[in-house]
Ligand binder design. Sequence first.
Ligand SMILES: *[C@@H]1O[C@H](CO)[C@@H](O)[C@H](O)[C@H]1NC(C)=O
Ligand SMILES: *[C@@H]1O[C@H](CO)[C@@H](O)[C@H](O)[C@H]1NC(C)=O
Ligand SMILES: *[C@@H]1O[C@H](CO)[C@@H](O)[C@H](O)[C@H]1NC(C)=O
Length: 386
Amino acid sequence: MQRLFAIFLGWALLGSALGAALVPGKAFERFITIWLENQDYAKVAVDASIADLKRRGILLTRYYAHTHPSQPNYVAAVGGDYFGLNHDDFVRIPDNVATVADLLEAKSITWAGYFEDVPGPGYMGNHSDGSTGNGGWDYVRKHNPFVSYDSITMNGERLLNLLSFADFERAFAARAVPQFVFMTPNMMNDGHNTTLDFATAWSHKFLQPLLEDGAFDERTLIALTYDESETYSEPNHIVTLLLGSAIPPSLKGTQDDTFYTHYSILSTVEANWGLHNLGRYDVGANVFQFVADLAGYTENKDPENAATVNNSVSYPGMLNNDPAKLLPIPVPNTKLRGAGGLPVLPSIEIAWSGSLGSPTPYDGSGRVCDGDKNLPIYNSPGASLP
Ligand SMILES: *[C@@H]1O[C@H](CO)[C@@H](O)[C@H](O)[C@H]1NC(C)=O
Ligand SMILES: *[C@@H]1O[C@H](CO)[C@@H](O)[C@H](O)[C@H]1NC(C)=O
Ligand SMILES: *[C@@H]1O[C@H](CO)[C@@H](O)[C@H](O)[C@H]1NC(C)=O
């Protein structure tokens, strides 16, 4: 009897060590996004390292960042809004604002952020010297989207998911990389303090082991992207490349001309895993087309105002540093159904229960907003729905 129990326990431990509980998705079981810095689409698209990677994946030809400078783009990608942010300084977002972490955890999907040269797990400082020997800040808070959200930093378990690249290497070797991963290389490797081809060569090298056959046990989608373009006077058009074992073989070396923004990261993981939504700009953002096809999501379309948006100017909001442009955090629209086919996450509805029904700019239409001719339009949530 005792021996039987020991065998059973052994199996159970083996099962958990192998990560038996991975939540299956419609197009992938793991999503990894890696963020580079400040380059225009036209220059990156013709870079030699990118050309080599393109053969192995799907080039997204109409992917746009939200605004300038860096920080709002990072913040937007995990929270579904950038709350008027127009600068790179220290910010904190109140803890009633949910992120992708809430959506993932509700379905027991593991996640982590890996930041090269962060000095330790859950580091909340503004910057840190790192490993390049360049004598400067290698890690910077403005390139870590999670650390500005109190809903992450005031939750010890979540804070401990903010880790280093060394932690990623260990998880990769142990075949234990979480299912949703956000990665920011240091200020040299992401191209911020170096050059376009320095960062693309670094990416090419870094990606090789992750793209090998059998690198991961489960279908893995890797989205290599840029936070924003370099030239503020031109549309904020950036290269994003989809790679990894989740890419259907027939689509390798192709391009996808659908309109995307960083909110498409949120809508894509929502569609893939059938997640709830944040009730913000995640709803209505186009889903990466091959994922949409596998998930049966048919709502992709061009935003009606895409041609007039100036995605170089931030709209007003709580994090804007112009006192004339301060506005409260908008109330999520709890009437929206997202790409996962579900309503807003129930915990969001509870957190905002005191103000539900207030006018909200989120209408699920996919309309893009700016601080110029396309300001967010506030409507009552009931009235704005199809
Ligand atoms: C981070 O920078 C802000 C100002 O931008 C400052 O108020 C704060 O004290 C800094 N934090 C640390 C830990 O140095
Ligand atoms: C990168 O440039 C910033 C200024 O933009 C500087 O503060 C930082 O120390 C530099 N980091 C490295 C590693 O060169
Ligand atoms: C968009 O805004 C940027 C930054 O203010 C400006 O340089 C650019 O000229 C604007 N573009 C258009 C088309 O208005």
